[in-house]
Structures are given as C-alpha cells and as structure tokens.
Design a protein around this ligand. Structure first.
Ligand SMILES: Cc1cc2nc3c(=O)[nH]c(=O)nc-3n(C[C@H](O)[C@H](O)[C@H](O)COP(=O)(O)OP(=O)(O)OC[C@H]3O[C@@H](n4cnc5c(N)ncnc54)[C@H](O)[C@@H]3O)c2cc1C
Length: 370
C-alpha cells in the first residue's frame, strides 16, 4: 500500500529527491513538500546576487512548480514542531500533516542577537531573500550620501558580502560607503594564514576596514558598540555571525547534536526515529560532524533519495560518505575569487571564473527540471 512521504524544506540536499519526485508517485506513494516560499535560493550565489552579478531568477529553483508538475503537493508554510511519536509535523498556520516517512532539509539561520525581526536597516545574510531588500536600500542610500556599512562576523560570508557591496556601489556609480567588518579578535580564524591573508588583502586593497579590536558589545539600528564601549554609527548593518541549524528539532525534544541539528547516523537517519531523515545544514552527523557548507548538502542528495525510497519500500539503506576535502572558492566581488583545495591556493579572476562556472552549471542542471 502507498505511503506518505513528507519533505520539510526544499533545500540543497533535497534537489535529487525533488527532481525524481515522480518516481515515488509512480510507485503509489504520496509526496508532500512544505516550505515557506515557492522558491529555494542557492545561498552560494547570494553574495553574487547582492553585487548584481546574478539576478534573483538566476539563483533560485521553482520548488512549488517542480513538485506540483510531478504530482506532489506543496504546502506554503513553515514546520514549527515535530510530534514524532504521532508521526505528525505541525505548521505555523496551526495545520498538522501526518507522515510515514519524513525528511528535513530546513537549513540554518543567523542568530539575531536579541534584535527584533523588523529592526530597521539590519539585515541577516540568511534567508537569501533578505539580500534583495538590502541591495535596494544600499543603492538608495549611496545614491545620495557617503554612508557607513557595518558587517558583524569574521567568516567567509562577511568577506563575500563586503566585497559584493563594494562591487554593487562601484557599478551603480554611487558614493562608495565606508565598509567595516567587525571580526571579533581574529578575521577568518578557522582558515590557514595563507587563505586569510589573500582574502584580507583583497578587501584592504578596496579600503574595506577589518576591525579586530574585540567583539561587538551591542547592536541597534544605526549603531554598533564595541566591547571597549566605543560607539560606531552605521547606516546599515549586516549580521553574518555564523549559522545555527533550524531550531525545530530542539523545540520538539528530538535527539540533536551539540549545535541543535537533528542527530543522524551514517544513513542520514535520526538515531531514534527510523522513519525520519535529513540533510544539509540542519543535521548533525553523529560520527563525523560536518562544516555547514553547501558542498555536503549536495553530496548527500543521492543517498537521501535512495534512503527515502528504501524506507518507503522496506529495502536496505545506503551509508553516506562525506568524501574528501572540498573545493572552497570565495566570491570577493569585482570579478575576483580566492580558491583553496588542499595545497592549491589561487586568487584573482580565474578563481572567480571557476566558481561562477560551477555554480551556474549546478543551477542549470536543476533549473532544467522546471
Ligand atoms: C552568504 C553565504 C554564502 C555562502 N557561500 C557558500 C559557498 O560559496 N559554497 C558553499 O558550499 N556553501 C556556502 N554557504 C553555505 C551554504 O549556503 C549552506 O551550507 C547551504 O545553504 C546549506 O543548504 P541547506 O539546503 O541545508 O539549507 P538552506 O540553503 O538554508 O535551505 C533550507 C530550505 O529550507 C526552507 N526552510 C527553512 N525553514 C523551514 C521550515 N521551518 N519549514 C520548512 N522549510 C523551511 C528554506 O526556505 C530553504 O528553502 C554560504 C552561506 C551563506 C550564508
């Protein structure tokens, strides 16, 4: 008898499952996909969209369309709680959806540091949709005055966002803002010195300030206050302080890793609930915790598809192998990239060209299904 498969979030790890959704339907199963938007944005190209290298349409997948075209149901809503013992998921609208097998690819979020959701001129780098609003605001303000833009966080996303703001204003012919990255005590601290200095130099050459005087004490619209008490007036503030897995698992009392991600075994399956799976930023792989990068979400695709089918059809599960060290390329704006793969380190136009090629190819492959 047919079963009900529910996918929560149409993120990067569900791409193959979404592309092959018809195969579940043809085997007599029902599929429901839950997501807060009809589209899913590829965050790896988000900074490039902010800098206008890409249009929003170039970096998004039409999730709803792909699901409905293949005979699945799409619910535009957010999952807020999992009632695991009842095999039900509760949505923000109050509706509950029952399942036989469920898979989570609900991503991660940037902690808002106690700031209200509607704090004026403060933008988190996720969800990527927010970067479109930020882009319009930057263009509006820099058309009139020299402004200050502050970016909280000292990791790759703050580097990419700052470099792409620079590109955006340069290409629009606006007044270049003073851009400051508030990096805490050390910029790009997770990376080796040679990578850090390439990224740093690329930003410093364009007069982007990297502040390592200590952590920011408080943030409010228009102002960043450093731990020394020094106030730094800012017209626009970006939050790029690192991501945390979707809080839904903690809120539901499910077994999680230390970061709050759904605790899964080598089959990408919840350690307590065999009918529950997940991939991407929202999981915590028990034996080998993974970096929160799209590369792993993409690598999980075929295993997640196979295992969801196996769970529905009672066939053996396949283990996930995270694979070797991954290729890292940062989009620094201005057509420049910084690339690292094991011992290879490259910066300049070629590095960006490679990232652009890989990202566009990935998008084309899955947009073709639309
Ligand atoms: C600015 C920036 C740049 C980055 N650049 C790169 C890069 O160049 N290369 C790289 O490998 N990684 C990069 N990363 C990291 C990478 O984007 C993430 O690891 C990747 O997005 C994880 O994919 P995901 O599908 O798990 O999550 P997401 O991309 O966050 O997708 C989650 C999906 O779930 C949906 N969703 C959210 N909450 C709910 C809910 N409650 N119910 C239902 N659906 C929900 C969302 O709408 C979304 O569609 C970058 C991250 C950022 C922030």
């Amino acid at each position: 008898m047919g079963k009900h498969l529910v996918l929560v979030g149409g993120g990067h790890a569900h791409m193959v499952t979404l592309a092959k959704l018809r195969t579940f339907i043809e085997m007599g199963h029902r599929v429901t996909v839950i997501g807060p938007s009809d589209h899913h944005y590829y965050s790896g190209m988000g900074p490039g969209m902010l800098g206008k290298t890409y249009t929003p349409a170039e970096i998004r997948f039409a999730t709803r369309h792909v699901v409905e075209k293949q005979g699945g149901a799409f619910i535009r809503d957010k999952a807020v709680q999992i009632l695991a013992s009842e095999k039900k998921v509760q949505l923000a609208s109050g509706e509950t959806v029952g399942y036989d097998v469920i898979s989570f690819n609900a991503g991660s979020y940037v902690p808002r540091l106690d700031l209200p959701e509607d704090a004026e001129d403060i933008y988190a780098v996720k969800p990527i949709e927010r970067l479109m609003e930020a882009q319009a605001r930057i263009l509006e303000l820099t058309a009139q005055n020299k402004i200050n833009i502050g970016i909280l966080g000292g990791g790759p996303s703050s580097a990419e966002v700052s470099g792409n703001i620079w590109q955006l204003v340069r290409d629009a012919g606006g007044t270049m803002p003073h851009i400051t990255i508030f990096a805490g005590k050390r910029f790009m601290s997770r990376f080796p010195d040679n990578v850090r200095s390439k990224v740093e130099n690329s930003l410093l050459r364009r007069s982007i300030e990297i502040n390592t005087d200590g952590y920011v004490q408080s943030v409010q619209s228009g102002m960043v206050t450093l731990s020394s008490g020094e106030p730094r007036p800012m017209n626009l503030i970006f939050l790029a302080v690192g991501v945390k897995p979707n809080p839904i698992f903690n809120n539901s009392g499910l077994p999680t890793g230390p970061d709050g991600g759904l605790l899964v075994n080598e089959f990408l399956q919840s350690v307590d609930y065999p009918e529950m799976f997940g991939g991407g930023d929202c999981i915590y792989l028990e034996k080998q915790p993974l970096d929160k990068v799209g590369v792993y979400a993409v690598r999980q695709n075929p295993v997640l598809y196979t295992n969801l089918m196996a769970a529905l059809e009672d066939t053996p599960l396949q283990p996930f192998d995270p694979g070797e060290d991954y290729l890292l390329i940062f989009n620094m704006g201005g057509g420049i990239g910084v690339l690292r793969k094991r011992w290879l380190l490259l910066d300049g136009k070629l590095a960006f060209f490679i990232k652009d090629y890989i990202d566009r190819k990935f998008m084309k492959k899955f947009q073709a299904i639309e």
